[in-house]
Every structure is written in C-alpha cells, then in structure tokens.
Design a protein around this ligand. Structure first.
Ligand code: ASP
Length: 599
C-alpha cells in the first residue's frame, strides 16, 4: 500500500520508527517556521510537522497545502514535547517529523467545512454527499453500520441461517404502500415491481426447504417521506420453519441484546424486553409504537364523567367516544402560551381543543385529601363536582403542582392526540434517557383493521399473517375480533420490526384474501403461484424483518435515517447528488412503449 500505517494507529511506543502515511489535509497551521498538518484518513488524525531546518524542500511544498489535498508523507515518529500532547486525539502523544511529501491531488475549497460539523443547508450536504461522508459523524455512522450488519450476519450464520438473495425485479407484493415500477421493454405495457419486501419469496424459500433464511434486503416503497422513511431502505429480512412466536422473539431479543452489548457497549438496554399486548399498549399509550423510556401514561376518566354536564365531555360520551388524559408532573404553572402550544398539537391531530386542569401547589396541600378545590385551574372545573375532580386526580395519581391534559372524542382521535402530547412532553421534560434503548415486544394484534373509506377490511400486517388458531371460527362471523399471530418490536417510540407466523395452508390463505375483498380472479392473477406452492407441503413458518436504518438511527442518536445511509434521497425522494429521478430520452421511452402525459 501507499502507506505503512493508518492515521489513527501510531502511539509513543512507535517513537523512532520511520513511517509512511497517506490521507487528506484535515487542517494546516503555519507557525511561521514550523508547519503543522493534521493528516486524516478513515481511521483518525495524525499530526505531521514540517521543519524548514530539517528538510527545506518538503517544508516549501507544505506551504502550498490546503485543506482536503491528498498527500503522502514519509517521516519519523516522535513523542510530542511534554505539555504539547493532545489528549483528545488517540494519536495525540506523538507527531511525525516529515522528511518527504508527495501531493497526489489538490482539492478545490469544499462548499462546507469538513473538519467541523457546522450546520449548513442539507441540500448542499446531499449534493456533495461524498464530502459530507468525510466528516467524522457520518463516517463513524457508516463504519458502525458495517459493524452492525457484520454482527447480524455472524450471529445468524452461527445459528444455521443461510443468506439468500432474492430478485429486485418482481411481481408486486401487497405490503400496504405504493410500488416502484419498472417498465418492461420486451413485454409492452407490462411492469416489474421493486420489492416492498421479499415477503412471498422468503416464504417460498421455506416451502423450498431452507428452514432458516436471512438477507440484508433492500426494500422499496413509494410513500410520503418522513424523518424515519426513505424510498429505499434496508431490512434484516428473516424467516424460519417449524417455529412459533417465542422462537422468533427469543432469537431477536438475543440478537439485539448481544449486538448492543458487543458493538455499542456505551448504550444501555432493558433486559428482558418487556411485552405487552396490542390492547394494552393502545390503552396505556394510545399508540402501537410507544416510547416507554418514560411514563406519562394515558388514563381513561370516561367512567367518572358519565353524568357530566360539561358539553365537551358530554358530547364525546354520548357519541360513544372517550375522555382520556395524561398527567404532567410539575407543569401546573405552565403559561397561557405553553398551554396554547400543546393545544395546537392537539388541533393539528384534528381536535377542536384540549382541556387542561392545573393543580396549583401551595397552602399546605400535600395530596388529594388536603386538596383545595379552588386551586384547580380549568375551564371544566365549574362543571365538575368536587368529588369528580378528586376522582380524576386520583386516577392520574396527581400531586400539587401537576398539570392534567384531557382530550375528549372518538377513541382513535383521542389516542392520537395523547400520543403526540406524550412524545412532545417526553422531550420537553427531558424524560428520554440518552444512550438507552427501550425495546418492547407487542403481540396479539388484530388480524384486520376496518378501512372506513373502502368500507372493507385491511390486513393490520399483511395478508400472509396467520390468525390465532382459536379465532379461526370468527373469521367470517366477526373478522374484527380475530387476533393475529403478529408481533412487533418497538424501540424508543419507533417501530423497529414487524413479523408474524404465516398461514401455510391454501384454504385458509384464500379465506383471508376473501375477507380482504379480493375477487377470485384477482387472487388467481396476483397470488395463484404462491397459493399453488402452499399445496406442495409448505411447512409451518414465520419471520420478521428489523429495519436496519431505523436501528442505526437509534444507535447513533440521529434525527433522521438519512444520517445512517451513505447516499440517501431528500424529503422529496430526489437524489441531489446524481440528480435522480430525471427525464429519459424519447428513444428510451419508445423502447419501453411509454408516452408521458404532462398534466
Ligand atoms: N415483510 C414484512 C415487513 O416488511 C416483515 C415480515 O413479516 O417478515 O414488514
């Protein structure tokens, strides 16, 4: 190689050795006489000194060096003079006294600092992503990504899993999002779909007898972009035969635990992973992806308010809705402006408003027994009996100084509002412990969700998920009551993985398609081959697919998954570096039998 050591490697034990290093000029300091270069490569930074008295020609070349020039230097490792060591750098006890230098390439002045993580417009960073990747944070994220994926591969390999690639150009799979489509040149008017996940293919690998499969699988979904979404993303896709829920969840718990303890030992996690049913998380947190690093749990106070004359509560309860809330410790003195900000969050979810009840502290009040009703500040207070107020505060286990936020209305809406408020307050009250991964297993999801727009059932997960054996008789009679053998892994408020035990029998699979409203011909056209495979000795099987980008986003405490991907797209699904998507030539359109309609 053009170097003998990397830039993160040398220590005082190397003193006196002659070495060759190569890398980028990270920083240059000219001390009128001595020139200091911080030389950077992937592994770190080493200080190089050019002394005009020892070697005049390299020194004069060094005078012309600018940031990001690519150079090679030859020199001797020397312990730094005492008092000049840099304890922040692993190589900070030594420097290289350069005797030779070669410039491999100059560099234009980069459009942003590489040697400082100064915030600049993200589109500039994305346009010059290869330069942003030189910055320490992104570089470290990518190196961590490599180690995480390698850990997963080794872990699964040791347990008998086989890595198998599945095609990228497939027939559309129903995962609930829009497909990215690829037009076929040889089949006019026909399209491949990019996989939203290799779901059917991995099930077919079980039919094929592989028993334990995994793949670092790229998935493509044409959805609106968010901080934790990209049009293409990576899952650790896995599938096993002859297993039940416990086998999959046990494997995943062991994998995540040992991965974090080995690869990111600075991060703590709860062991064993807590478990909740879907009904329980919805009740306690109003969402199926709660951040359980903190409490602020939702409480239902509908039962206390059945005879309430307060219009907001009354109309909610009359319309089969609910009244629920959360208690914010120590927030009773929130200003009008702060309450307004929280109310705005509720409005953005579709609520008309939010009811707050502040229990202002003081005057010897210690608990509900010593509560002075006039200390409760709320528009609802005058409509409520003292007993009701006390009961409400008791449900929330409130103390003087607390603020209770209450939402009333349709249960789905109320849950949405309280989930948003919980998340916001978790941040504002600093309740989200850093460097802590709070995993949660959720089980017992409903198999179907009612889609009010289509007036039909949708799969909560996907149509291949098996129902609870005991609930099969309900499939036709009461589909909404059927529980699914579906499990999710949630971490710090993000859905990290979904998976399920699958249907492995044709008749049951057909019945589920039928409940989902697929016409017979449609099922045949879309899933005929898959259904046929189930008739050739399909074993019982199940799997899961943890999102690798989301996992890394959490491990690196990043705000977006863009920070853990080498070349992500922006919020508008464009790649600003290569300018994709872009128009294609008329010739290409013709070959693909396509005509663009501009509207
Ligand atoms: N294919 C599913 C998904 O992408 C995961 C699974 O069921 O294994 O969510």
């Amino acid at each position: 190689m053009l170097k003998t050591h990397n830039c993160g490697e040398l220590r005082s034990s190397h003193s006196g050795q002659s070495v060759t290093l190569a890398g980028w000029v990270h920083r240059r300091r000219d001390h009128g006489g001595l020139i200091f270069i911080d030389l950077r490569d992937r592994e770190g930074i080493t200080q190089v000194v050019f002394n005009p008295e020892l070697s005049s020609s390299p020194h004069s070349i060094a005078t012309d060096l600018r940031n990001e020039f690519v150079i090679q230097i030859i020199g001797k490792v020397k312990k730094r003079p005492s008092g000049t060591e840099n304890s922040k750098l692993p190589t900070g006890e030594i420097e290289i006294i350069a005797s030779e230098i070669k410039i491999y390439n100059a560099s234009k002045t980069p459009p942003f600092y590489i040697n400082e993580e100064v915030d600049v417009d993200e589109s500039l960073l994305l346009r010059y992503r290869y330069l942003q990747l030189r910055r320490a944070k992104l570089r470290d994220n990518m190196l961590l990504r490599h180690r995480v994926i390698k850990f997963m591969r080794d872990f699964l390999d040791e347990r008998g899993f086989v890595e198998i690639e599945t095609p990228i150009m497939i027939k559309s799979t129903p995962e609930g999002a829009r497909d990215y489509l690829v037009p076929s040149r040889v089949h006019p008017g026909q399209f491949y779909a990019l996989p939203q996940s290799p779901q059917q293919l991995k099930q077919l690998l079980m039919v094929a007898g592989f028993e334990k499969y995994y793949q670092i699988a790229r998935c493509f979904r044409d959805e609106d972009q968010r901080a934790d979404r990209q049009p293409e993303f990576t899952q650790l896709d896995l599938e096993m035969s002859f297993v039940d829920e416990e086998d999959i969840l046990g494997l995943l718990e062991e994998m995540f635990t040992s991965l974090i303890e080995t690869v990111t030992p600075g991060i703590r996690l709860t062991k064993p992973f807590p478990r909740m049913t879907y009904a329980e998380v919805m009740d306690r947190y109003g969402t199926d992806k709660p951040d359980i690093r903190f409490g602020l749990e939702i409480k239902d106070i509908s039962a206390i308010l059945t005879d309430s004359e307060f219009a907001v509560f009354k109309s909610a309860l009359q319309n089969k809705g609910t009244v629920r809330g959360i208690c914010l410790p120590g927030c009773a003195n929130y200003s009008h402006k702060q309450i307004e900000e929280l109310t705005e969050i509720a409005r953005n979810c579709g609520a008309k408003g939010l009811i707050s009840m502040a229990w202002t502290a003081g005057d010897g009040q210690q608990d509900i027994n010593s509560l002075q009703i006039e200390k409760i500040k709320s528009v609802a207070a005058k409509y409520l009996k003292a007993e009701q107020i006390k009961e409400i505060l008791a449900v929330f286990k409130a103390s003087p100084g607390d603020l209770v936020l209450v939402a009333a209305g349709d249960r789905g809406l109320v849950n949405k509002i309280l989930d948003e408020l919980r998340r916001e307050m978790g941040k504002r009250l600093n309740l989200c412990a850093p460097n802590f991964m709070s995993f949660l297993f959720i089980t017992d999801f409903p198999l179907f969700d009612w889609n009010e727009e289509r007036k039909m059932w949708d799969s909560t997960h996907h149509p291949f998920t098996a129902p609870f054996e005991a609930d099969i008789p309900l499939l036709e009679a009461d589909p909404g009551k059927v529980r699914a053998r579906h499990y999710d892994i949630v971490c710090n408020g993000y859905e990290l993985s979904s998976g399920s035990i699958r249907i492995h029998n044709r008749a049951l699979q057909e019945k589920v398609f039928n409940i989902l409203g697929y016409e017979k011909q449609d099922v045949e056209a879309k899933f005929g081959n898959f259904l046929e495979a189930l008739e050739y000795g399909a074993p019982p099987h199940g799997g899961i697919a943890p999102g690798i980008d989301r996992l890394l986003m959490l491990l690196t405490n990043s705000k977006t998954i863009r920070d853990v991907m080498a070349f992500p797209k922006n919020q508008a699904a464009s790649d600003l570096m290569t300018d994709a998507p872009s128009a294609i030539s008329d010739q290409q359109l013709k070959e693909l039998h396509l005509r663009i309609i501009h509207d």
